[in-house]
Write a protein that binds this ligand. Structure first.
Ligand code: NAD
Length: 473
């Protein structure tokens, strides 16, 4: 089994001292230069793109070593390409996003003018998780830099090699008064959340997100919380079952299911339950014909998460659910990998239906109707993503209107996250706020309302001393 990474990033008091030093440095730099120009922001985005390209191989290796094995193509697409294309989108749109824009002024306030003028917030903190450790550090950083902020990133302690490679890459490319990384574990994370940043973006679990929000509240630091949850995939009666199965198998096996927006479980028509399971198995076998020895299938990040997933499967088996494995657990377990494991119709009290799975384990539940699927979703916390497969637009619209989720892809999985013109974020327990594209620029900006009074204003008529006429204006 690959070496466990869980304890390889020690929490040193030096980490917290370094955090305090960087924060003080960036705060005083901000006081001197609080409004970077368009050209300075473009230069920051160029640096971010350059360091991602220049360190591509080092990032791929560091992430793979941290995971035990991370498919090279997965890192290329979901970390490198996604980060660069997000930063390029920001570069293309920046002039438009930065431009102050006028809003209508009511008749009685004319000839004054009203405008919204985006302004950098100051020093932004970013806490990132291990599952896409590069993308989830750099994509929010790109948005914060585009908005003219200074940035400190704290990567996860579960990906220490990536954290150190990223720290060096950023230190080589950026002035630390503009962007820097501080490494460390939970204690550093706690100190980070208590630092009086001007905005804090946290990506991670709902449980830790609550603690981060509490710590930030002590300073009234505004937070964006990008959290997790159980994202359903609904297969409607009208769906092309094979196409839905291909999509779900892909979404669940990418990064071995360790994706915040992976389909967590499937809701399928009761009479198609077995056909759904068969179709997903066939699709998975086609994608990974020799999964037991494939470098394209990613490992589970740590022994703790591996054991957590195994006990979910054992618990469902003990409760009488039907288990189907795509690949051999005998061959995969020693590599700290888990085969795609379908759990057909588990009982309601199975652990796999209670907590976010975050691995390649897929419960498939029978539903009697669209209403039944909607009821099931609404009895649980609001999910980060929802996937709906089918051709019946009435059923689709019913699901869209009667469920609340962070985002939706219709007839596929994951794709809404890749659309830079769509905001990305959760709702309820799956998150607060959003970023990506213009939503990211706005999240990290103060959208300052400014009213320009005209010297021909009649406003002085409202000043005291008050007369009967004052109230008749
Ligand atoms: P986690 O919550 O355990 O850790 C996230 C980060 O928080 C790490 O950097 C960690 O060091 C830090 N941290 C831990 N304790 C802290 C504390 N008390 N105060 C401040 N920081 C602390 O999450 P994880 O296991 O790294 O990531 C998996 C979770 O993240 C899943 O729930 C997944 O759904 C979610 N996720 C969400 C998104 C999204 O965009 N919404 C993306 C990826 C992952």
């Amino acid at each position: 089994m690959p070496a466990d990474t869980a304890h390889t990033a020690p929490d040193l008091s030096e980490n917290i001292e370094e955090l305090n030093r960087l924060f003080a440095l960036q705060k005083s730099a901000w006081a001197v230069a609080p409004f970077p120009s368009y050209d300075q922001r473009i230069a920051s985005l160029d640096r971010l793109i350059r360091l991602t390209e220049a360190n591509e191989e080092a990032f791929i290796k560091a992430i793979s070593d941290d995971f035990g094995n991370r498919a090279r193509q997965e890192t290329l697409i979901a970390e490198i390409v996604v980060t660069i294309s997000g930063a390029r989108h920001a570069k293309r749109s920046l002039r438009k996003w930065m431009r102050p824009h006028g809003v209508p002024t009511p008749l009685h306030m004319l000839p004054g003018r009203s405008r919204i003028e985006p302004q950098p917030l100051g020093v932004v903190g970013i806490i990132s998780p291990w599952n896409y450790p590069l993308q989830l550090a750099l994509a929010p950083a790109a948005a914060a830099l585009a908005a003219g902020n200074r940035v400190i990133i704290k990567p996860s302690e579960l990906t220490p090699r990536l954290a150190e490679t990223l720290r060096k890459a950023i230190a080589d490319e950026f002035d630390e008064r503009i962007c820097a990384v501080v490494t460390g574990g939970v204690e550093t994370g706690q100190a980070f959340a208590e630092t009086p940043f001007d905005h804090l973006l946290f990506t991670g679990s709902t449980a830790i997100g609550m603690r981060v929000a509490q710590a930030a509240a002590k300073n009234l630091t505004p937070v964006t919380l990008e959290l997790g949850g159980k994202s359903p995939a609904i297969i409607d009666e009208s769906a092309d079952l094979d196409a839905a199965a291909r999509s779900i198998a892909y979404g669940k096996m990418l990064n071995a299911g360790q994706t915040c927006v992976a389909p967590d479980y499937v809701l399928a028509p009761r009479d198609k339950l077995d056909a759904t399971a068969d179709a997903i198995v066939n699709a998975a076998r086609k994608m990974f014909p020799s999964i037991d020895t494939s470098h394209d299938y990613t490992s589970i990040i740590s022994d703790r998460h591996f054991e957590r997933l195994k006990s979910m499967i054992d618990d469902a088996r003990d409760r009488g659910a039907r288990i189907i494995e795509v690949g051999s657990s005998n061959a995969l377990y020693p590599q700290r990998k888990i085969p795609l494991t379908l759990i057909v119709d588990p009982p309601n009290d199975a652990g796999v239906l209670k907590e976010e799975i975050f691995g390649p384990v897929l419960p498939i539940l029978p539903t009697a109707s669209t209403e039944n699927a909607i009821d099931h979703i609404n009895q649980h916390d609001r999910p980060l993503a929802l996937y709906w497969y089918g051709e019946d637009n009435t059923a689709r619209d019913k699901v869209l209107q009667k469920t609340v989720s962070g985002g939706v892809t219709v007839n596929d999985t994951l794709w809404h996250v890749a659309q830079e013109n769509l905001p990305f974020g959760g709702v309820g327990k799956s998150g607060i706020g959003a970023y990506h594209g213009e939503a990211g620029f706005n999240t990290f900006s103060h959208l300052k309302p400014v009213f320009y009074q005209s010297r021909f204003s009649s406003g002085a008529l409202l000043h005291p001393p008050y007369t009967e006429k004052t109230t008749k204006i």
